[in-house]
Write a protein that binds this ligand. Structure first.
Ligand code: GAR
Length: 206
């Protein structure tokens, strides 16, 4: 049975598109049941609509008056994902910290892609951080989402060599190319139930 994905985005959605392409080409045995964004103008929403996928913008401002507004927001997101039969939640350029309330609804079934070789350069502007540090290699990581930001067990990574003269833009572009390969591969391992989490280590079953 194809794995039912729910994708959370905030921006242009190139990783979402790579996932949809992999599904179309038969490289990924999954379906995207819904795409949710916290930004109304996220380009990825249009991309999804063009492919006939259900989309939803959930406005964080609606929750501004609530006591635990981040949790309240996440509970609505989680409920919507559940209502759409989502088994695995895919963060693809989702620039919002997810609360434990949402993580608990999808135990070991929420993944994120990050544009660095974690645990180096977590958080925002990972590519800029790598350049400013003077690193010679960076890359991208797909990991399970846990309560610590960018701290969950790593599923897979791809390195990208940093060239002299690289800018944030040129490095980001080369990392993104690898992200587009890595995310569908990681999700396919999930779809095939080949990932076994043992503490911090994710074993890939053959
Ligand atoms: C990607 O580079 C992704 O790794 C990064 O945002 C970009 C989204 O691009 N995510 C993070 O930095 C999360 N901390 P996309 O919208 O084209 O997929």
């Amino acid at each position: 049975m194809a794995l039912a994905l729910g994708v959370l985005i905030s921006g242009r959605g190139s990783n979402l598109l790579a996932i949809l392409d992999a599904i179309q080409d038969g490289r990924l045995d999954a379906n995207v049941n819904i795409v949710i964004s916290n930004k109304e103008n996220a380009g990825g929403l249009e991309l999804a609509k063009e492919r006939g996928i259900q989309t939803k913008f959930i406005d964080p401002k609606t929750f501004a008056q609530e006591n635990n507004r981040r949790e309240a927001y996440d509970l609505v997101v989680g409920k919507m994902l559940q209502e759409h039969g989502v088994e695995c939640v895919v963060l693809a350029g989702y620039m919002r910290i997810v609360t434990p309330a949402l993580i608990r609804m999808f135990p070991s079934k929420m993944v994120n892609i990050h544009p660095s070789l974690l645990p180096s350069f977590p958080g925002l502007d990972a590519q800029r951080q790598a350049l400013e540090w003077g690193a010679k290699v960076s890359g991208c990581s797909v990991h399970f989402v846990t309560e610590g930001v960018d701290e969950g067990p790593i599923i897979c990574q791809k390195p990208v060599v940093i060239n002299q003269g690289d800018t944030v833009e040129t490095l980001s572009e080369r990392i993104l190319e690898q992200e587009h390969r890595l995310y569908p591969e990681a999700l396919q391992l999930m779809a095939q139930e080949r990932l076994q989490v043992d503490g911090r280590t994710v074993r890939i079953l053959h």
